[in-house]
Each structure stands twice: as C-alpha cells, then as structure tokens.
Design a protein around this ligand. Sequence first.
Ligand SMILES: Nc1nc2c(ncn2[C@@H]2O[C@H](COP(=O)(O)OP(=O)(O)O)[C@@H](O)[C@H]2O)c(=O)[nH]1
Ligand SMILES: [Mg+2]
Length: 184
Amino acid sequence: MKIVVGGGFGAGKTTFVGSVSEIMPLTTEAVMTEASVGIDNLDATPRKQTTTVAMDFGRVSLDKDLVLYLFGTPGQERFWFMWDDLVRGAIGAVVLTDTRRLADSFSPIDFFEDRGLPYVVGLNCFDGEQTHGIDEVRDALAIAETVPIVQCDARDRESVKNTLITMVEYSMERWVSAHGAGVS
Ligand SMILES: Nc1nc2c(ncn2[C@@H]2O[C@H](COP(=O)(O)OP(=O)(O)O)[C@@H](O)[C@H]2O)c(=O)[nH]1
Ligand SMILES: [Mg+2]
C-alpha cells in the first residue's frame, strides 16, 4: 500500500520516513545554499542543513501481508507540481504538523481534501512540548471531527508506526463506509 507523507517545510517528513523504513530510505537531500535564503524559512529549525529536493521513499512491513510504501512530499511550494503524481494510487496520507507553524499545514490538507484522499494529522513533537493541543489544532485548521489527529514523534519508530496504523485503519473505515463491507 502506498502512503503519502505531507506537511510543511521542516515539519519532519524526512525524519518520519527515515525512522521507520526497513530499507535505507531513498532521500534526495541537498545541502541548502545561500540561494535558499529568504525562500526556505529556517526560523523554527535553525539546525536544519539539508532539504528534500524531490522526495523521500521508504518501506515498512506492518505485518507479513501489509507492506507500506512511504512517499514523502517535498515541502517547498516550488515543487508542488509533483504532488499529483505522488498521490496517484495512494490509500491515504499523513500530514505532519509542527504546531509552532500551524499555517504550513493548510496547503497539504487542502490538497488531500480536494483529491478526496483520506488523511490523518500527526502533531510532530518538537522539543518535547506541544504548543497547541489536539482540539485547538482541529479548530484552527478546521479539520472535520472524523479525521484522526494524533501526537507523534517523527524520530521514534514506534510512534511513527502507530501513526501509520491509525492512517491505514482510517482509510479502511472510509473505504468500507463508501463501498460497503464484504466487497473484495
Ligand atoms: N526536536 C525534534 N526535532 C525534529 C523532530 N522531527 C524532525 N526534527 C528535526 O527537525 C528538522 C527538520 O526535519 P526534516 O525531517 O528534515 O523535515 P522535512 O523538511 O519535513 O523533511 C531536522 O533538523 C530534524 O532533525 C522531532 O520530532 N523533534
Ligand atoms: Mg525533507
């Protein structure tokens, strides 16, 4: 199954895919140069030295019959032309959110809603604290009650796995309510 990992620049997508992948994650990080000054905002993640120029790719087996292929989106707006290709065939998406920069999540959420792709929101825990709780985030981003919002730590394998399990279960529920159970 294919899952897309979206979210703003520096939200933790590359970290998320890297923590859980059983294969060496394919990432296309490039060292940021002065050309990105003023374009890629590093105020909240001053230690960030590289950026994903195309996408992240990883694989994780949740059990022997369920293998997830993870595709991280490039965060920068100038790469949005790739998103339509990335979501093709995906069962759902995780939107990673840095609660210090909630507004960065609007675009990926709009995009997945527009394409009808089920998504869950993962609140990535920077510096061990959440600036906003789940209810506040739901209000601020106008996310429907039915969409799961979970706390996660992109650096922690179990936490990333749990977020992915939430995503798969939610996607299956949505599928069953749209198509009815018993259809294979
Ligand atoms: N404290 C903390 N730092 C994180 C976490 N996730 C990612 N980071 C750091 O935040 C920066 C941006 O993460 P990255 O995965 O490159 O973000 P991306 O742009 O969404 O791919 C990196 O320096 C990461 O090491 C987290 O959960 N907690
Ligand atoms: Mg990245």
